[in-house]
Write a protein that binds this ligand. Structure first.
Ligand SMILES: Nc1ncnc2c1ncn2[C@@H]1O[C@H](COP(=O)(O)OP(=O)(O)OP(=O)(O)O)[C@@H](O)[C@H]1O
Length: 937
């Protein structure tokens, strides 16, 4: 960041730190809020220009719609305003009556819809946001109210949007002046449809613009007594002829060539065309297509538009025949002929193209070849035919192509004019001028000189108009303005077009003098304009010269000036095409009037253009001009990019800043008494009480020590810088007051804020604590819940494992108990078995014992009883012997014997059973023994 500089007014006047130390300089570059300024003393200052941007209160962030509303009217302010608006897609801005249109490089259909036209219809200028419809409407209203012709001058550099703007203007005028419900083709329709036709033949893709108009255009729309469109005339200027034969990469030739090559197959065959890459006039550049443009569709649309503007099918056919003939002409190549410095067709291909071109032009092919390879020189002794070398033949071929094309273009324009028709009884007209802007390239030639001459002329017209309007305001307010200086560019115009002595006049002279070369022409210029303040000879230049135009220095290369200025049709070409059996072609080359052909073949393009310009200026001078300055925001043709330096340059070249400068040269700041007091009353509040507005204003100015200001009937007129001076004082007072107010307010605000903050903090704390408690409670709940969950989980797990263990142990216990039971059972069984065995054994022993005892007892008893019985018997016998006693004794004894016999049988039977039982027990014990043995095993 460099020295802070406050720009006070104007595009070139600066002051440091609001001091009255003026610095003259120019803004070279702007980066954000820094500007590089080259002062007139050559010093470079990088300045902080933020203070120059409009104050917030005065300029809304979206910018102001009229630059004159800016408190500071200077380059950075204007630029900043445009940039702010552009960023919001507000592409239109006024500077007083001038409309600045920044090309958006994107379709903004909402801006041009029919309802927008309805809105602007009859609305006062400035009431709605800036728009080209407002300009067109003002123009239309002015024509009706003032009964006078109007013109709209659209200018800007290539690609700035002039043609689009012109088309929109024409659409609006057609909307206002159209006849509703008219049958058939209306004039306004034809006027509108003339655009695509002219664009097809006069527009081409250039580096700067994909649809660049290579000619200037003035459309005169005539209105009848009912203010309806009754006729129109289109005047075109300086079509770029050289493009027909010479195209540089990445540009294209005229659109019509590519359209024709993309035409339906039937047309392609008819015109013997093909791929554009096969034609020399098209393949010098590798660019054949334009983004978003379909040449085939454009061809059909152009044909359609041709129908609308009244070009018949036969004429259309002839037009496209000529266009294709030009392409074929371009493919004719020459090589050295048999004679010295002669030429002939290079090969069969060249012959084919010559033949095709001749067929399409309907002329004799031999005559065509001769007209290209030979030249007839008229001498007092008769005509001499001179052969041309291959280079000259090629030049002759290109000259023919260029002439045919430019005649074709002129024919189309004339045809459109005659078909739309002129209204001789028209009461007023509105002219729309779409003309090339100021051009300054690395290499500038004759075309640039003509274009820049046009712009100088228009600039003069513009300056005069702006100046006039300014003066009108001074006169209206009855102020003395005699010393307002007006910077005129008449000297540049004189340098170029004055007759005799101007550059064009010198060029014409040089063209008529056969031995002239571009060097002799340049030398002549150097001599003639030595010391001219608008003409310079660059160091070491042989043919270059620099003209100091209003928009800056342009260095021209005089090398091709002579050729480019010569506008004559080679007699052989004229004769050849005039003799064509196609009436269309023959009409393009009507026979020259006798005296013209005798006088001189030379006609100067420069002079003709000058005359055309003169006629245009005369027409313009009879109209009330309205200006639209188109601005190209960037060189990459993309939306949303705003290149400051580029735009600044265009504003300078377009005269916008010049208009501001003119305004600054007088009294750039005008404020009504009311506004003035409103703004500056605070500089002297005591004056305001009691005195009238005018004297209060005078008193304020005097108290502030202003010199040179003027007081009009209703306004205060301030000189450059005075507004800023007053503003600086006002700012100081405002700043002091503001500081005081700020102090109080800040204290109040800070206290209020503190209380609010404290309350808020307490509230916050409360909420926060609540929040914390809630959180903690939540935490505790969660913990309790988790413990319970753990408990249950553990219980569950324990239960599960217990049940598992229980099941296992029961199984084990069951197993063990079963085993024990089985053991016990086995023991019991064993014991039982043993018991049984023992029992049986004991029984056996007892039985055996018993049996033995019983047997013994029985035996004993038997023995005893036998002994007793025998003793008895002996007693009884002794008694029997005694008789009776004896007999009873005998019976008793017999009974006793019977009983004993029975007992003996029973005993016998018992003993047999016992023996059987014993036998069985013995068997059982044997079995048991065996069983025990098995168990043991
Ligand atoms: N108002 C607009 N809205 C949208 N696009 C626009 C507008 N104006 C211009 N353009 C775009 O910018 C391109 C160039 O505009 P235009 O052809 O009007 O420029 P020009 O100034 O006439 O250029 P030249 O002098 O080369 O003919 C257009 O093809 C279009 O794409």
């Amino acid at each position: 960041m460099g020295t802070p500089v406050n720009i006070i007014v104007g595009s070139h006047v600066w002051a440091e730190d609001s001091e009255v130390a003026w610095v003259d300089g120019e803004v070279k570059e702007i980066h954000g809020r820094d500007a590089t300024i080259i002062t007139t003393t050559g010093k470079t200052i990088v300045a902080d220009i933020s203070s120059m941007y409009p104050k917030d209160t005065e300029a809304p962030p979206a910018g102001v719609d009229d630059m004159t509303k800016l408190a500071y009217l200077h380059e950075p302010g204007v630029l900043h305003n445009l940039a702010c608006r552009f960023a919001l897609n507000e592409i239109y801005t006024y500077t007083g009556n001038i409309l600045i249109a920044v090309n958006p490089f994107q379709r903004l259909p909402h801006l041009y819809e029919i309802h927008m036209m309805e809105q602007y219809k009859g609305t006062a200028f400035g009431e709605l946001s800036p728009h080209l419809f407002a300009v067109a409407d003002t123009c239309y209203r002015a024509m009706i109210n003032e009964q006078g012709s109007q013109s709209i001058l659209v200018s800007g550099e290539s690609g700035a949007g002039k043609t689009e703007t012109t088309k929109m203007l024409m659409r609006y005028l057609a909307f206002m002046g159209g006849r509703s419900g008219t049958e058939g083709r209306t004039v306004e329709q034809q006027v509108l449809e003339s655009n695509p036709v002219l664009e097809a033949f006069g527009n081409a893709k250039t580096v700067k613009n994909n649809n660049s108009s290579r000619f200037g255009k003035f459309v005169e729309i005539q209105f009848d007594n009912n203010w309806k469109i009754s006729g129109a005339a289109i005047r075109t200027y300086l079509l770029e002829r050289s493009r027909v034969c010479q195209v540089s990469d990445p540009e294209r030739n005229y659109h019509c060539f590519y359209m024709l090559c993309a035409a339906p197959a039937e047309d392609i065959n008819r015109y013997k065309l093909g791929d554009p890459r096969t034609f020399h006039y098209l393949n010098q550049s590798s660019c054949y297509e334009v983004a978003n443009v379909d040449d085939a569709r454009e061809y059909l649309e152009t044909r359609n538009a041709m129908d609308v503007v009244g070009i018949s099918q036969e004429e259309q056919d002839a037009i496209f025949r000529v266009v294709s003939a030009i392409l074929h002409l371009g493919n004719i190549d020459f090589i050295k002929g048999d004679e010295v410095d002669s030429s002939k067709l290079k090969d069969d291909k060249s012959f084919y193209h010559l033949q095709t071109a001749a067929e399409l032009l309907m002329c004799d092919k031999k005559a065509l070849e001769d007209s290209l390879c030979k030249r007839v020189i008229v001498t007092p002794d008769g005509n001499i035919t001179k052969p041309l070398d291959p280079d000259s033949a090629t030049l002759s071929r290109d000259a023919l192509a260029k002439t045919v094309y430019s005649r074709l273009f002129d024919w189309i324009v004339d045809k459109i004019n005659s078909s739309i028709g002129q209204d001789p009884n028209s009461s007023s007209l509105i002219g729309v001028l779409d003309i090339y802007g100021f051009e300054s390239f690395k290499i500038n030639s004759f075309e640039q000189l003509c274009i820049n001459l046009t712009n100088e002329k228009l600039q003069q017209h513009f300056n005069q108009h702006v100046f006039k309007m300014e003066q009108e305001e001074y006169t209206k307010d009855e102020i003395n303005w005699s010393y307002v200086e007006f910077v005129d560019n008449q000297d540049v115009l004189d340098l170029i077009e004055k007759k005799p002595g101007g550059i064009i006049a010198l060029l014409d002279e040089a063209c008529m003098f056969p031995k002239s070369t571009h060097e002799t022409f340049a030398q002549k210029m150097y001599q003639t304009y030595k010391g001219h303040k608008r003409f310079k000879k660059p160091k070491l230049a042989r043919t270059d010269f620099t003209v100091n135009h209003y928009a800056g220095d342009v260095t021209y290369e005089a090398d091709h000036f002579l050729d480019k200025n010569k506008d004559y049709v080679v007699a052989e070409h004229q004769a050849l095409l005039n003799a064509s059996t196609c009436s269309f072609v023959a009409n393009l080359f009507p026979p020259l009037p006798e005296e013209t052909s005798k006088q001189s073949k030379f006609s100067s393009i420069g002079t003709r253009f000058k005359q055309q310009l003169q006629a245009l200026m005369e027409t313009l001078s009879t109209t009330e001009p309205h200006y639209i300055r188109c601005v190209k925001p960037n060189t990459v043709l993309k939306p949303g990019i705003f290149e400051n330096v580029n735009v600044l340059n265009q504003l300078r070249c377009g005269g916008v800043l010049e208009a501001i400068r003119i305004s600054c040269a007088g009294y750039p700041t005008k404020r009504t008494f009311d506004e003035f007091l409103d703004r500056f009353g605070l500089l002297a509040p005591d004056i305001l009480d009691g005195s009238d507005e005018k004297s209060a204003c005078i008193a304020i100015c005097d108290r502030m020590g202003l010199k040179g200001y003027q007081i009009g009937k209703s306004k205060v007129f301030l000189r450059a810088g005075q507004m800023a001076e007053l503003d600086a004082r006002r700012t100081k007072i405002l700043a002091d007051s503001a500081r005081c107010i700020q102090r109080q307010i800040r204290t109040h605000l800070t206290r209020k804020e503190f209380i609010a903050v404290r309350r808020a903090a307490i509230h916050l704390q409360k909420l926060w604590r609540g929040q914390l408690a809630r959180k903690m409670y939540e935490q505790i709940r969660k913990e309790a819940a988790s413990i319970r969950i753990q408990k249950h989980l553990r219980a569950h797990t324990a239960r599960k494992s217990y049940i598992k263990f229980q099941a296992v142990s029961i199984v084990i216990q069951t197993g063990l108990r079963a085993m024990a039971a089985r053991n016990d059972h086995r023991n019991r069984k064993r014991t039982k078995a043993a018991n049984i065995i023992q029992t049986n054994w004991r029984r056996f022993e007892a039985v055996s014992e018993y049996k033995h005892q019983r047997k013994a007892t029985l035996t004993l008893q038997c023995l005893w009883r036998a002994k007793v019985a025998r003793r008895e018997l002996r007693k009884l016998r002794m008694a029997a012997r005694e008789t009776g006693a004896l007999k009873a004794a005998k019976d008793m004894l017999e009974k006793r014997v019977e009983e004993l016999t029975w007992r003996l049988d029973f005993e016998k039977h018992l003993r047999i059973r016992l023996e059987e039982e014993t036998e069985r027990i013995e068997k059982d014990s044997k079995l048991q023994k065996n069983a025990l043995l098995t168990l043991k095993v």
